[in-house]
Ligand binder design. Structure first.
Ligand code: GLN
Length: 484
């Protein structure tokens, strides 16, 4: 049962082959056995989880039949969850118990999904390896010497190790897709504005987007049906008609035009990854798709642009952590200013401080025009590149990350090398587009490799269709790490 898809779990619950309490206990048992080693969860609360499961069972007994009713899910610790500690991977919030639910948490509860706990993450979602968490690094279940990717590394590791059937993540520059790729699972970053950001602790508000992480595209579609939708409490939430994200899963791919951006297959891409991507392209041709070369000429500027804009927004968003209203406060201080300084010096880790300093710098008088404004202009050009490419193709295909999972510690002291892990994912956030990563093979050393699919605005159902058709032909998404 631990390897069942969400659809299978849903059927088992509906047929009363298992109760939600039994299912939740099964996963809680696996967390108890394996989490000490993997460190995928920051907070687990058996009693709270079982209470939610009992309530799901009661709702079913009373006649409710929702597709996700009673299915357990793990949540990235960036989502405020009423009554649960919500840390964002930081010492700054290590004692913070959220007094309310983020919108998407509320939606999952309404659907009757049961929270298994809060997953580990890079501090304030800044990182690509899950090594910046105040609560320690997460291990990749495929190889404990490898990082799981970041910042949603705890969610990716939990799903890959089957400590949870599915999880939530957030993606500002690649944090759903890159860890999905490194852990051999599927993950979708929706179009900006599709999933509410209310109650999701802000990193870079114009880029942050929540999305599903699960073994398969089909699972992701079912989760999207719960988490997507307009929310008046988020001013950037889009008011659109409710969609069924699973509606196109079974559509054949004949006639599909896949764009291959030449910039994705250039220098910097590991030969092993390139080979697996080529294999997937061959599979898509067999499924009736055609390929066309496209170009994203400004792609090379996406990492530098992101590292101006994301820190600028972060420096502003993180100013609220001052020790006054909630979270960590330094023990001893002379006066208010001293309290602010010590609280922030002690509460934030090195990567977060680096971003705050970069962000404050690029927003300051004299540098604003030179950096921030220029970056905004290039962001626009990057979006225009994608718009031009989508005149020639339906979806864009390429690698998710330039390499399979790297070793723990390998890039920890070289921020620029770490930033380049997101070279293929960041442009998608800058353009506000949906992007997805699905497993497409393994390296010679047995580490997963992911393939990225990028769609035009609001094309989630199409992306999920393209991913699902590949998953009907391949079994990469069904492989499991050994010994777990
Ligand atoms: N790795 C990128 C960063 O550190 C992206 C993180 C994210 O998507 N949250 O900013």
């Amino acid at each position: 049962m631990i390897n069942d898809s969400l659809k299978q779990l849903s059927a088992a619950l509906a047929a009363k082959q298992i109760s939600s309490v039994e299912l939740a206990s099964l996963y809680l048992g696996r967390i108890a056995t394996h989490n000490a080693r993997l460190n995928a969860f920051i907070t687990v609360d058996r009693e709270k989880t079982l209470a939610e499961a009992r309530s799901a069972d009661a709702r079913r007994a009373a006649g409710e039949t929702g597709a996700m009713l009673g299915i357990p899910i793990a949540h990235k610790d960036i989502f405020c969850t009423d009554g649960w500690r919500t840390t964002c991977g930081s010492k700054m919030l290590s004692n913070f118990v959220a007094p309310y639910d983020a919108s998407i948490i509320g939606k999952f509860k309404q659907a009757g999904m049961v929270s298994l706990g809060k997953t580990n993450m890079d501090e304030f979602a800044m990182g690509s390896s899950n090594e910046t968490s105040f609560f320690g690094a997460v291990k990749n279940p495929w190889d404990e010497n490898a990082v799981p990717g970041g910042s949603s590394g705890g969610s990716a590791a939990a799903v890959a190790a089957r400590l949870a059937p599915a999880a939530t993540g957030t993606d500002t520059g690649g944090s759903i897709r890159q860890p999905a790729s490194l852990c051999g699972i599927s993950g979708l970053k929706p179009t900006y504005g599709i999933c509410s950001r209310y109650g999701m602790i802000a990193f870079a508000s114009s880029l942050d987007q929540a999305g599903p992480m699960a073994p398969s595209a089909e699972d992701c579609a079912l989760l999207m049906n719960v988490m997507a939708g307009f929310d008046e409490r988020d001013s950037t939430s889009l008011e659109r008609e409710q969609e069924d994200y699973a509606r196109d899963l079974d559509k054949p791919l004949s006639g599909l035009k896949i764009g291959l951006p030449k910039e994705f297959f250039a220098e910097g891409l590991s030969a092993e990854v390139a080979q697996k991507i080529d294999g997937a392209i061959a599979e898509y041709r067999k499924l009736g798709a055609q390929t066309v070369e496209v170009s994203l000429p400004n792609m090379g500027l996406s990492v530098p642009v992101y590292y101006v804009l994301a820190p600028a927004e972060a420096s502003s968003n993180l100013s609220r952590f001052d020790g006054v209203r909630y979270g960590y406060r330094t023990a001893e201080y002379r006066d208010l200013l001293d309290m602010y300084e010590k609280t922030r010096a002690e509460g934030f880790g090195a990567e977060v401080k680096r971003r705050i300093m970069i962000g404050t710098y690029v927003l300051s008088h004299g540098y604003y025009d030179a950096y921030y404004l220029q970056a905004q202009k290039i962001r626009r050009l990057i979006a225009a590149d994608f718009a031009a490419a989508f005149k020639q193709c339906d979806v864009i295909l390429g690698p998710t990350a330039p390499t399979p999972a790297f070793n723990s510690g390998e890039k920890a002291s070289d921020p620029v090398a770490m930033y380049l892990s997101d070279i293929y994912t960041i442009a998608v956030n800058l353009a506000g587009l949906p992007g997805m990563s699905i497993p497409c093979g393994f390296s010679a050393s047995g580490r997963p490799i992911g393939l990225q699919l990028i769609g035009n605005l609001f094309s989630e159902a199409r992306l999920l269709n393209v991913a699902h058709q590949y998953q009907l032909q391949s079994d990469w998404h069904l492989r499991r790490p050994t010994g777990l």
